[in-house]
Design a protein around this ligand. Structure first.
Ligand code: KG4
Ligand code: ZN
Length: 332
């Protein structure tokens, strides 16, 4: 069964055709990085306008690459939150329209659920597993007991890890998005050159990244001559260590030695390398999606949508996007 996935949650316009929730037939992502780069961050109004221009061409391209028409599609899966409300609105309105006109069932997918499903496009982890969703908008740890069965175990209390990367990159004078740039520059720096705080929130598995960001800002002000490569490497070292420590703690607390990473920051080379070592050391079965599936894409939305479809969990035409949408278990 073919599903058309659509994701316009943030600044990328994505459409994909996925078969049976696991096989990517086509996957088109149109990045808006060049638009937002000069502002050093995403400008929501510009993102929504660009989604309007791109949504038809991107969906058409996904269908053309898959050599299919609307008659071949079993369902349309669209991200309805969380994300930028203006951006989400374009994807949801578009999906509702083509669903109605072509009489194709519609399913609504939580963007975070989509990220967790990215791995099913390449592997088949057994349940239960611990999922870390670490992106520009979110940093949360879930226990996943089955398709659609989630329990949040920890979350960031302030900034997301990706947001910290983007903000630190901005204050170091690098471009946008900052994550991949810091990742590359950090390779040339010393991760032990300076120590940035690793927030530990007693009695919880939560994260806090705003302190690291502020500490980097203060360091840069006080030490204007210091090597940016060292700052980038030391900052990255703090962030990745916190993420890995917390996962390790959750694995022990839950007694679940299976971990799935997802979201833009899971493309980070240092995080992937270090967590790989830790997984071997602690006997954890680790699943890392390919880099192009870590960042926003619609194939992961189609994959998650397939399970909603199988459970008869359809959306109605009164579906509205939600900027804030916690990931909870599907009610069927
Ligand atoms: O999942 P994603 O594409 O969009 C959201 O749902 O937010 O994640 C984007 C975030 C950005 O903050 C970006 O800087 C970060 O992921 N990112 C990275 C890397 N690639 C993307 N952070 C660290 N290292 C990377 N290689
Ligand atoms: Zn995302």
């Amino acid at each position: 069964m073919l599903i058309l996935g659509i994701d316009t949650s943030c600044d990328d316009t994505g459409a994909a055709i996925v078969e049976d929730g696991t096989k990517i037939i086509s996957n088109v992502v149109s990045s808006q990085d060049e638009i937002h780069e000069k502002y050093g961050g995403i400008v929501p109004e510009l993102a929504s306008r660009r989604h309007i221009e791109l949504i038809w061409p991107v969906v058409t391209e996904a269908m053309t690459r898959a050599h299919i028409t609307f008659n071949d599609i079993g369902a349309i899966a669209v991200t309805h939150g969380p994300g930028l409300i203006g951006s989400l609105l374009i994807g949801v309105c578009f999906a509702k329209s083509i669903s109605f006109v072509n009489q194709i069932p519609l399913v609504a997918v939580n963007h975070l659920e989509g990220h967790i499903h990215a791995i099913f496009l390449e592997a088949s982890p057994d349940f239960p597993f611990i999922a870390l969703v670490v992106s520009g908008g979110h940093t949360s740890i879930y226990r996943v007991d089955d398709f659609g069965v989630y329990r949040e175990i920890g979350r960031t209390r302030d900034d997301a890890a990706g947001e910290a990367y983007d903000k630190v990159a901005k204050l170091l004078g690098f471009g946008f998005p900052g994550g991949p740039i810091i990742d590359a520059i950090a390779l040339k720096g010393d991760p032990l050159a300076m120590t940035f705080p690793k927030a530990n929130i007693a009695g919880s598995f939560d994260f806090s990244f705003s302190g690291i960001k502020t500490s980097v800002m203060n360091y840069v002000k006080k030490n204007p001559g210091s090597k940016k490569e060292d700052i980038a490497a030391s900052f990255q070292s703090s962030v990745t260590e916190v993420l890995i420590e917390r996962i390790s703690e959750v694995v022990k607390a839950e007694g679940v030695k299976r971990v799935v990473l997802s979201g833009g920051v899971s493309a980070n080379s240092a995080l992937r390398e270090k967590i790989g070592h830790r997984a071997i050391k602690e006997g954890i079965e680790l699943f890392l999606p390919s880099l192009y599936l870590c960042t926003d894409n619609a194939a992961m939305i189609a994959s998650a949508g397939y399970h909603h479809f199988k459970q008869g969990n359809f959306a109605k035409y009164d579906l509205n996007p939600k900027a804030y949408l916690p990931l909870v278990s599907a009610t069927g």
